[in-house]
Design a protein around this ligand. Structure first.
Ligand code: ARG
Length: 464
């Protein structure tokens, strides 16, 4: 049992207590950030004359060796250490002797872990953002190719009005674009360095916190040391953004599952992204979409867990906060995996344009436009709504679409109808007359697609 704090204790820690307390099993995930933070800290100690130049250089060199030894598998992180901080420090002391013992000058594990978690999360924010950018590329590509692919738009999962596949995909584009904006926003707010907060009250050493902040790519130091060690807002914000990403992916998955069903057959998921059944030879299941939908719960769970952990914590650091890690790591890995898998599934999915078109034709999706036709010929909207209602009933009875009725049949219900009704209620007219910003017409969609292409072309980069 290797721990950093034996001095004031007269007994060994009980083994169960030790295990319950230890975090090495999961905080080893940020060994890299822990060492990078230590290098910045010790560089600053040297600059401030708190350590000599030789001590500083020796510690930095050794920390870099530990980093590459772990990275290249020469040094294993084992559970004989309480946490990753102890692991790194113990290895440093093993290699450097007394000089190694100076690393922790002017630092506490409280500001150290606050830094490590923030550095790790900051990286995850960027990775997640990059994966979302790739997903947006895929969606935009589908949009670009399908401005004329007519399909039914639904409300209440009932066919409502014709739209295009480009338009439907465009809705998801907007969702994931907002998700990226949320991540950028979180990045800007979280990018302040807690190192130098000490245990809770700063330190008596003349630390240069601006300097370490700069070395580690932060905008500056955090401005209250109690908050510095105990703030996990950024993590809650990120988990909240992750939960929203999962909610969007889950909705999209639900649609893919419905569209891929035997009844709809709007899409066919590529063989590489589907699985079979061990008993039913005919099955080809949308497992990836189902798993993404299913994994949404655990990401929500991580958010709820951390909110609950944090709600009872008095200032400043309390050990409860060690619970910020496992579920957060799981959530971060889950979200990245889901975005990447979903993107692969979407990019290889085939859209059955004929089925979509036939489905739009068959569902009275042009009924609103038939009513609008009457309105344009002087019939008050409420009366027009009633007339088209009668037409729909007539068609249901006969098992036909409005377009299949003869002009005589239409005129029998309202004499206002003329030959141009067929043109007025064709799927193409229904879609392409909808010209307002955000509407499905080819013309409106092309403007949106051009704007989104420009948005994707401009790389987001953090303030410097
Ligand atoms: N493993 C701890 C955590 O994750 C590190 C900080 C320990 N600080 C302390 N005062 N025991 O929060």
């Amino acid at each position: 049992m290797a721990q950093l704090w034996g001095g004031r204790f007269t007994k060994e820690t009980d083994k169960l207590v030790y295990n319950f307390n230890a975090s090495i099993a999961f905080d080893q995930k940020f060994y890299r950030q822990d060492i990078e933070g230590s290098i910045a800290h010790v560089t600053m100690l040297g600059k401030q004359g708190i350590l000599t130049e030789e001590e500083t250089q020796a510690i930095i060199k050794c920390l870099k060796e530990i980093l590459s030894d772990v990275g290249e598998g020469r040094l294993a992180i084992t559970d004989e250490y309480e946490d990753i901080h102890s692991f790194v420090e113990a290895n440093l002391i093993d290699r450097l002797g007394d000089t190694g013992k100076k690393l922790h000058t002017g630092r506490s594990r409280n500001d150290q872990v606050a830094l490590d978690m923030r550095l790790y999360t900051r990286n995850e924010v960027l990775h997640t953002d990059a994966l979302l950018a790739e997903l947006l590329e895929t969606i935009l590509h589908i949009m670009d190719e399908n401005t004329e692919t007519i399909m039914p738009g639904f409300t209440h999962l009932q066919k409502a009005q014709p739209i295009t596949l480009a338009h439907h995909m465009g809705a998801y584009f907007e969702m994931f674009k907002r998700d990226r904006l949320r991540l950028h926003d979180i990045y800007e707010r979280m990018n302040y360095c807690p190192l130098g907060s000490g245990a809770l009250a700063g330190t008596t050493y003349p630390l240069d916190r601006e300097y370490t902040a700069k070395l580690l790519g932060f905008y500056g130091p955090t401005l209250n040391s109690m908050d510095g060690v105990s703030d996990r807002d950024y993590l809650i914000e990120f988990l909240s953004a992750c939960a929203t990403i999962m909610m969007h992916l889950s909705r999209f998955s639900e649609e893919v599952i419905i569209w891929n069903s035997n009844e709809y057959q709007f899409v066919e998921i590529d063989d590489a992204y589907s699985t079979g059944s061990s008993i039913m030879p005919q099955k080809k299941n949308p497992d990836i979409a189902e798993l993404v939908r299913g994994k949404t719960g655990r990401v929500y769970g991580a958010l709820m867990s951390l909110l609950t952990t944090m709600k009872g914590i008095p200032l400043a650091y309390n050990k409860d906060m060690q619970e910020d890690k496992e579920l957060s790591f799981d959530a971060m890995d889950t979200v990245k995996g889901c975005i990447a898998l979903f993107n692969g599934m979407l990019a290889t999915m085939k859209f059955n344009k004929e089925r979509m078109r036939a489905s739009a034709n068959g569902g009275f999706t042009n009924a609103t436009d038939a009513a609008d036709y009457l309105v344009n010929h002087g019939v008050p909207f409420r009366d027009a709504h009633g007339i088209v209602g009668q037409i729909v009933l007539y068609c249901i009875d006969k098992g036909i679409a409005i377009d299949d009725m003869s002009l005589e049949e239409l005129k029998a219900i309202s004499p206002v109808f003329e030959e141009d009704i067929y043109e007025a209620i064709s799927m193409e007219t229904c879609v392409n007359k909808r010209l307002t910003v955000g509407a499905p017409s080819k013309e409106a969609m092309e403007k949106v697609i051009a704007a989104e292409k420009a948005y994707l072309a401009e790389e987001w980069s953090p303030l410097s």
